[in-house]
Design a protein around this ligand. Structure first.
Ligand code: SAM
Ligand code: SF4
Ligand code: F3S
Length: 453
């Protein structure tokens, strides 16, 4: 009876607008939050003005993350100035870091919910509607979260679907907030993940991207990431498997060996190194050396020379001297990373590196520009080298004007080609005619699904 009354109330206020900042894990979470609130009558809207619930899923990794959130709330306030105020929920990593403070500082915020408390979201909303009590839910309870979510179907229904297998981090790199915002490392039960993968595949997923802050640290009763890959690729509907983000220290032999046997694991490995200098890696508490990193690189290249690497770099970490930067530069020349991310070090509250002496901003900017130029050149060269060649592309959707199709190469590069609706969800062969830094352009030769083996 009571639940019915709550649902009746919701029927009048049932449109949610979800805005997501940050990493793929936040994207996965936003989809799962929506899967959950659907059960209490919410529909999704992509128009601010239509919403009566506004949820901001936040990221705390760099810069003025907190200020960005308040700025965004200011925008929402303006949009709703002459309308009824929506229910405002702050989720994600800033919610975890700031918790109670957010409710105090900004009365426009109604609920604050951290990344390991999403199993409580429906009750929290219903409770607010009934009692108008503002609350903050920021316990680390990954077990209950995933137990709850495993009972609610993952309705993402995309050709390429995310699947979180691991959360949190025990590594405590000195620059990083993740261990504080996502809590300790937790690996979801093996069977729970396989069930979710099967459900995704049954509902149209052709590519599954396994996610974790340290995805290759996955360990559930002895099952490792390698076991998940080999089991998920048995699903006939699944054409491609990927995983991200890996830590170099957790590139174990079993995972390296999978590259010999797997039929569907894509040949792009995102393996953040942060710096090419052992001195800086030590200062960052990264727990591996450049020699160990290159050893993993060499082993994988020996198994399959087509494997390519992408990475994350932090430039201008406190203590970085010219020779340390040169080491990073040399590493980039040696590995020829593609698709990499690079940022200037941003001091984060509560981390060991928070109060270290920063190096001169001008120097950091110069160094960043230098490595970005080289990283982009690698990317341009890689794309140019494909012109005239035929590559496999997983077609994901039609472009907005419906004129062309969008898909991705094995290396995750965007490909625009003359595909049709019937190509969506298929791996098609595309002859590349042209390219720029981020995109390949081509024409379909044939659907490789129809190829005779
Ligand atoms: N777990 C992954 C690893 O260890 O490589 C990284 C996850 S973190 C969410 C993504 C990236 O954000 C990091 O690889 C790092 O380059 C960047 N990052 C984290 N903290 C940062 C900071 N304080 N300043 C600049 N970049 C940062
Ligand atoms: Fe952050 Fe380091 Fe953990 Fe990666 S391994 S999430 S960079 S603390
Ligand atoms: Fe950002 Fe949290 Fe992801 S800080 S990068 S949203 S784990």
């Amino acid at each position: 009876m009571k639940m019915q009354q709550d649902l009746d109330k919701l029927k009048k206020i049932n449109k949610i607008f979800i805005k997501t900042f940050g990493c793929q894990m936040n994207e996965y979470d936003s989809n799962r939050i929506f899967d959950s609130v659907k059960k209490i009558g919410y529909e999704k809207t992509d128009k601010y003005e239509e919403a009566n619930c506004y949820l901001l899923n936040t990221c705390h990794i760099r810069d003025k993350a907190k200020e960005k959130v308040y700025h965004e709330i200011g925008r929402v306030k303006k949009i709703f100035r002459s309308k009824k105020k929506p229910l405002v929920i702050i989720a994600g990593c800033v919610a975890q870091a700031e918790n109670q403070e957010m409710l105090k500082r900004e009365p426009y915020i109604d609920l604050v919910i951290g990344p390991q408390a999403y199993h409580k979201i429906n009750d929290t909303i219903l409770n607010y509607i009934e009692k108008k009590k503002k609350i903050e839910e920021t316990d680390f309870d990954a077990v209950s979260k995933f137990k709850y979510l495993s009972k609610i179907k993952n309705e993402a229904g995309k050709v390429s679907s995310f699947l979180t297998i691991q959360e949190g981090c025990d590594k405590f790199c000195h620059f990083c907030v993740v261990p504080y915002t996502r809590g300790p490392e937790y690996s979801r039960p093996f069977k729970q993940i396989l069930d979710e993968a099967k459900y995704l595949a049954d509902n149209g997923a052709k590519e599954i991207i396994l996610l974790g802050q340290n995805v290759n640290a996955y360990n559930n009763e002895g099952y490792r990431l390698s076991d998940l890959i080999l089991n998920i690729e048995k699903l006939p509907e699944v054409k491609r498997v990927r995983y991200t983000t890996s830590h170099p220290k957790d590139m174990t032999e079993d995972l390296i060996e999978v590259y010999k046997t797997s039929k569907k694991l894509m040949p792009l490995i995102h393996l953040p190194v942060q710096s090419g200098s052992n001195k800086i890696l030590k200062l960052m508490n990264r727990k591996h050396t450049i020699e160990e990193y290159l050893n993993t690189f060499d082993k994988l290249k020996e198994i399959n020379s087509n494997i390519e690497f992408s990475s994350d770099f932090i430039i201008g970490y406190p203590g970085e001297e010219g020779k340390d930067f040169k080491d990073t530069f040399n590493l980039i020349e040696r590995v020829k990373f593609i698709n990499s991310y690079s940022f200037i070090f941003s001091p984060r509250p509560g981390t060991v590196a928070e109060n270290l002496d920063l190096i001169e901003k001008k120097i950091s900017i110069e160094r960043l520009e230098k490595i970005q130029t080289t990283l982009f050149e690698n990317q341009v060269q890689m794309n140019k080298s494909l012109e005239g060649k035929v590559i496999d592309v997983l077609a994901e959707n039609l472009t907005d004007d419906k004129d062309k199709a969008f898909g991705r190469s094995e290396y995750m590069t965007s490909v625009i080609f003359n595909g049709k609706v019937s190509d969506i969800g298929k791996v098609v062969q595309v002859r590349i005619k042209d390219s720029n830094k981020s995109t390949l352009f081509g024409e379909v030769i044939t659907s490789s699904d129809q190829k005779v083996a």
